[in-house]
Ligand binder design. Structure first.
Ligand SMILES: Nc1ncnc2c1ncn2[C@@H]1O[C@H](COP(=O)(O)OP(=O)(O)OP(=O)(O)O)[C@@H](O)[C@H]1O
Ligand SMILES: [Mg+2]
Length: 391
């Protein structure tokens, strides 16, 4: 591993964010792991979600931005018989240590719109990918504990998040593809056959779709390289692969040819799609994972084994980024201890503690983190108030 300087959050302020009116959390300069413990509903995941908004995207809950603003009984005002909803304003601002020095990030909404405002060192930033360059972040949440048994969309999101941590420009590709697909779908389902417009959208989908698929293949290959040997003693070796027409085609054809072929497929699918049919593309691809030692599809593994597979993948990604980019994403592990036995959990804690990036973890029971006593920053969370524990 090349020399990687430690990155993380030094201070974070939340305003009107979820259950928090105003919160100011100051962390140590050593960027030791941050551990938040407390009862259900205390406000632990909300803090992790706030940190996840320091990078591009919709945060670790994939939330609508308006839902993030703190709800109060005064939300609805009645004026002359009309119900007016107060503007949903919230903000997160943080001082973060990056590999290029200290940076101030501010983000939030000012008008309840679905557009997030972003400032880096006080300067407005229009592209979320720029934020992804400054703050790289990955997470694992309880919602992902059954990722391999759920729908492919969640696996695609997980994979795309890995790609984005490696290459922040992926956020732009996916939003361009989704925007073109949405318009194409809308035109066809409305029965508006504007051929020139449809062709232009198909070209855009082919262009960004092939770029998306190529980046996914690239990350899958990089991760695979680091998963040939066990990533850690008690964590399994997953074999990872991708399905999807564009991803498959790119394995043995040049990108320009695949672009043309995909644009042709879209054009030929117009009638069928307009009649309510479906069309395949990067939006239907899947991320396949197999437990190599057991030769078992991840969906057939136990809950703890599935979580261990996901952790192996994330650790492989961290290794790839450290070795190839000289940086390591900040990691948010919500309910980290759930489903892991004590030995695995403690091995994981040792690995996370040694990473050159701050790791945030939550749990309901402080005792499950005793292995990190003296090596982490512990906070008790109660009714959205954080108190530092001396541990
Ligand atoms: N927009 C919002 N406004 C106000 N409160 C909210 C909003 N969104 C969520 N909450 C509340 O925030 C509280 C804390 O949620 P959070 O998910 O952080 O809890 P938690 O400590 O992670 O709990 P658990 O251990 O159950 O996961 C919950 O009671 C939730 O209902
Ligand atoms: Mg929670």
């Amino acid at each position: 591993m090349v020399g990687v300087s430690k990155t993380g959050v030094k201070q974070i302020r939340l305003t009107n964010f979820r259950s928090y009116d105003a919160m100011n959390l100051v962390l140590d300069d050593a960027l030791e792991p941050v551990i938040l413990t407390g009862h259900n509903g205390a406000g632990k995941t909300n803090v992790l979600e706030a940190v996840s908004f320091l990078t591009a995207g919709k945060g670790l809950r994939g939330a609508r931005l308006a839902d993030v603003a703190k709800r109060t009984g005064d939300d609805l005002l009645v004026a002359d018989g009309d119900v007016i909803k107060l503007p949903a304003r919230w903000s997160v601002s943080a001082k973060v240590q990056t590999i290029n020095g200290e940076v101030q990030i501010g983000t939030g909404t000012v008008d309840g719109s679905e557009r997030r405002q972003i400032r880096i060192d006080g300067n407005p930033v229009s592209k979320q990918a720029t934020l992804g360059e400054v703050f790289r972040c990955l997470w694992l949440t309880p919602a992902q504990d059954r990722l391999f048994c759920g729908d492919p969309a969640s696996r695609r999101r997980f994979l795309d998040r890995l790609v984005q941590a490696f290459d922040p420009a992926h956020a732009t590709r996916t939003s361009e593809y989704n925007a073109a697909f949405k318009q194409w779908s809308h035109l066809l389902r409305e029965g508006r056959y504007d051929t020139a417009w449809l062709s232009a959208l198909e070209k855009q989908m082919a262009l960004s779709g092939v770029a998306i698929a190529a980046s996914r293949l690239d990350i899958a290959e990089r991760i695979s390289g680091y998963l040939q040997e066990p990533i850690a003693g008690l964590f399994p070796c997953p074999d990872v692969s991708l399905t999807g027409i564009v991803e498959q085609a790119l394995q043995n054809k040049p990108a320009v040819l695949v672009e043309q072929e995909f644009a042709d497929i879209l054009a030929r699918s117009r009638k069928n799609y307009a009649d309510g049919g479906s069309v395949s593309g990067p939006h239907t691809a899947d991320f396949k994972v197999n437990h190599r030692q057991k030769n078992m599809d991840a969906s057939l593994c136990s809950t703890g084994e599935q979580k261990a597979l996901l952790i192996s993948i994330i650790l492989a990604q961290m290794k790839a980024q450290m070795n190839e980019q000289g940086l390591c994403p900040i990691l948010l592990m919500d309910e980290v201890a759930a489903h892991l036995d004590v030995k695995r959990r403690n091995e994981l804690f040792d690995i996370l503690h040694a990473l050159p990036a701050q790791v945030w973890m939550t749990g309901t029971d402080v005792a499950s983190f005793s292995h990190l006593t003296g090596r982490a920053q512990f906070f008790d969370v109660e009714e959205s108030i954080l108190s530092k524990l001396v541990a």
